[in-house]
Design a protein around this ligand. Structure first.
Ligand SMILES: [Zn+2]
Length: 162
């Protein structure tokens, strides 16, 4: 369980473990924005884990953060699905193979399953009968880099214009 932390201005700031968000609430550092169905047990009580919280005091943060190109962020963008067959992904495929000059960049990497990766081998897409579920690109929001986002976060991410 993870929590989206918004700045005082409602701008998405970071994603923290739910336990950390509970501590921030206890210390009055944040206000609850969206609850979740999850709770956390302590020796004396049961505490609700928030889905979205908002900082009481504004913090200065960069408007734009580069999203690192890693297996984790690629899987997050592609929902862990093979972009060729829709099955569970377990590897990264370069749409234009590296051996044919393809770059290691957001618009040339997709999550794939081992079977599709092997089947495609070092061929170009038009040399196969395979097709992509969607054309790859840079993820729309850095929160994607933190892994699959909670659906309750979406209204706050959509409002962030960057
Ligand atoms: Zn596949």
């Amino acid at each position: 369980m993870r929590t989206l932390v918004l700045n005082a201005t409602y701008e998405p700031l970071s994603v923290v473990p739910g336990r950390r968000a509970v501590v921030l609430m206890i210390r009055d550092r944040v206000d609850l924005v969206e609850a979740s169905a999850e709770s956390m047990r302590t020796p004396t009580s049961e505490l609700m884990v928030p889905s979205v919280v908002r900082l009481r005091r504004y913090v200065k943060a960069p408007r734009y953060r580069a999203i690192p190109l890693t297996r984790r962020t690629i899987f997050a963008r592609d929902d862990g699905r093979c972009q060729y067959c829709g099955g569970p992904a377990d590897c990264i495929d370069h749409v234009m193979p590296r051996s044919r000059g393809g770059s290691h960049s957001w618009d040339n990497v997709v999550a794939a399953c081992h079977a599709c990766n092997t089947k495609k081998a070092d061929r170009l897409l038009h040399e196969t009968s395979m097709y992509l579920a969607r054309s790859p690109g840079r993820p729309q929001h850095w929160v994607m880099a933190a892994g699959a986002a909670d659906p309750r976060w979406m209204p706050y991410l959509a409002q962030a214009a960057y």
